[in-house]
Design a protein around this ligand. Structure first.
Ligand code: NOJ
Length: 447
C-alpha cells in the first residue's frame, strides 16, 4: 500500500491507573479507582483485582520505554495520575510524583518517542470526589490549576495534551450505570450536568495550558456511537452520518453533547426533553467560556452498521467478535473520521484502537496472536481509505502496548501487543508487536 503521510504519528497508548501500580507510593494520594477496587462492601471488578500493582510500570518504566524504542514506537500517549502529582487534587504539589513523570518523559525523549499526555483518564483524586467530584462546579478551577501546573512543568518537553479521556464513559459508566468508579447511579438530568461541567473543565484546562505554553496543542478524546453504511452509496453514507449524531437514539453515548458544546458553543436543536430542561438552566455566559480544541482524538473499537434509512443492521449469527465480545467492524475506521471531520472540521488523531484476545504463552515460549494482527491490519487499511477520501487524520495510537488493568474487567482481558505475566511482571512481545513494528517502521507501506 502507498505510505501514510510523511509526518504521520505512529504510536501506542495507555493510562496511569491501568499500568502504573505503586498506588500508595512516594506520596501519591488515593483516587476513586483505588477506593472502588478496595471497596469491602462490594466486588466491582470481575476478578476481584485492582490496579495496586498492575504492570508495575512505575518501577519498570525504563524497561518499557526500551521495548517501545526497540519496536519503533514514535509516540506514547500516557496519562498523568492527578493524585500522584497533587495528592488531594487542589492542594500542595507532590514533587516525587513529578519525578516519576520526569523520568518517563526524559526517557521517551531520549528514545526519540514523542510524549502525548492525557490529563484525566478516570482516576479522580478521592478528596475531590468527596467534595462532589464532577457534580461540583468547583472542580473546573481545580482541573485548570492541575493542567497549568503540569503544562508549566513540562513546557518544552511535552507538546501535545489531551484533557479528558472519554467524558462519555466518565459520565455514563461512572455516574450512570455505576459500573465504573465512583459507582454512582444518577438521573439523566444529573448526567447532563456532569457533561456540562466536564466541558467547562476541558475549556479551563485548555486556557491554562495555553497561558503557560502557547505552543502546546490541546485536544479532547470523546467517544460514542459511530455508524457506518452497509453499502458505499451517497444515500447510505448520509444515513450513517445522521445516525452517528442522532440524539433521539441514546443521547448519553454520543460524540455530540461534548463536541457541540465545545465547538458549536451550544446544543443541537434536536436535543431530547431532559437535556432541553437542563439547557434552560445554563447561564448563557457559560457558552462563551467553551474552548474549541486544537484536535479531536477518537477511540475507535467498533461501529454500528446502518442501512439507507439509518436503521441498525443486526449482526448475523456468528459475526466476528473480539475477546470481550465486541464486534469486529473495520469499516468504521473509514467512515468515522470522515463523519467527525464533516461535523466539526478539526484535525483528528485515532487515540485508541485495538482489541482483547485470549492470549497465552504457547509451548514455544512465544505469544502468537494472529487475531490481533488481522484486526489491526483490517482497521488500518480502512483508515487509509478514509484518509484518502479526505479525513485529516494525523496519527494512530494502538491500544495498548502492554496488557493492563481493564477497569471493571480487571486482568481478564488482554489488549496489549506485549504480553504481561502478572505474577512476575515479565514482558513478552507478542507476534503483533513485531508486526506493528514493521507497520510503524515502513510508515504503513507494508500493509
Ligand atoms: C477506552 C479507554 O480509554 C481505555 O481505558 C480502555 O482500556 C479501552 N477503551 C479498552 O476498553
Amino acid at each position: 500500500m502507498r505510505a501514510f503521510p510523511k509526518d504521520f504519528v505512529w504510536g501506542v497508548a495507555c493510562a496511569s491507573y491501568q499500568c502504573e501500580g505503586a498506588w500508595n507510593e512516594d506520596g501519591k494520594g488515593p483516587n476513586i479507582w483505588d477506593d472502588f477496587c478496595h471497596d469491602p462492601t462490594a466486588r466491582h471488578i470481575r476478578d476481584g483485582s485492582s490496579g495496586d500493582v498492575a504492570c508495575d510500570s512505575y518501577h519498570r518504566c525504563r524497561e518499557d520505554v526500551a521495548l517501545m524504542k526497540e519496536h519503533g514506537v514514535k509516540a506514547y500517549r500516557f496519562s498523568i495520575s492527578w493524585a500522584r502529582v497533587i495528592p488531594d487534587g487542589d492542594g500542595p504539589v507532590n514533587e516525587k510524583g513529578f519525578a516519576y513523570y520526569d523520568g518517563l518523559v526524559n526517557q521517551l525523549l531520549e528514545a526519540g518517542i514523542q510524549p502525548m499526555v492525557t490529563l484525566y483518564h478516570w482516576d479522580l483524586p478521592s478528596a475531590l470526589h468527596h467534595k462532589g467530584g464532577w457534580l461540583n462546579r468547583q472542580i473546573v478551577e481545580a482541573f485548570g490549576r492541575y493542567a497549568r501546573i503540569v503544562a508549566r512543568h513540562f513546557a518544552g518537553r511535552v507538546k501535545t495534551y489531551m484533557t479528558i479521556n472519554e467524558p462519555q464513559c466518565v459520565t455514563s459508566l461512572g455516574y450512570g450505570s455505576g459500573e465504573h468508579a465512583p459507582g454512582l447511579k444518577l438521573s439523566q438530568r444529573e448526567l447532563a450536568r456532569i457533561y456540562h461541567i466536564l466541558c467547562l473543565a476541558h475549556s479551563e484546562a485548555q486556557r491554562q495550558i495555553k497561558a503557560v505554553d502557547p505552543q502546546a496543542l490541546v485536544g479532547i478524546v470523546p467517544c460514542g456511537r459511530l455508524c457506518y453504511p452497509r453499502q458505499d452509496t451517497p444515500e447510505n453514507r448520509e444515513a450513517a452520518y445522521r445516525a452517528t449524531f442522532d440524539l433521539s437514539r441514546d443521547w448519553v453515548f454520543t460524540h455530540n453533547i461534548v463536541l457541540d458544546s465545545l465547538i458549536r458553543k451550544g446544543y443541537d436543536p434536536s436535543i431530547p426533553a431532559v437535556l432541553r430542561q437542563f439547557a434552560d438552566t445554563i447561564d448563557p455566559a457559560d457558552w462563551t467560556q467553551m474552548e474549541t480544541p486544537d484536535f479531536i482524538g477518537i477511540n475507535v473499537y467498533n461501529g454500528v452498521m446502518v442501512d439507507q434509512t439509518g436503521s441498525a443492521v443486526e449482526n448475523y449469527p456468528g459475526f466476528p467478535l473480539t475477546g470481550c465480545k465486541w464486534p469486529v467492524t473495520p469499516e468504521v475506521m473509514r467512515y468515522a473520521p470522515q463523519n467527525i471531520y464533516r461535523r466539526y472540521g478539526l484535525p483528528i488523531y485515532i487515540t485508541e484502537n485495538g482489541l482483547s484476545c485470549n492470549d497465552r504463552v504457547h509451548l514455544d515460549g512465544q505469544v502468537h496472536d494472529p487475531d490481533r494482527i488481522d484486526f489491526l491490519h483490517r482497521y488500518l487499511l480502512e483508515l487509509k481509505k478514509g484518509m484518502d477520501e479526505g479525513a485529516p487524520v494525523k496519527g494512530y495510537l494502538q491500544w495498548s502496548f502492554l496488557d493492563n488493568f481493564e477497569w471493571s474487567l480487571g486482568y481478564t482481558e488482554r489488549f496489549g501487543v506485549v504480553y504481561v505475566d502478572y505474577p512476575t511482571g515479565r514482558r513478552i512481545p507478542k507476534d503483533s508487536a513485531r508486526w506493528y513494528a514493521q507497520v510503524m517502521n515502513t510508515n504503513g507501506e507494508c500493509l
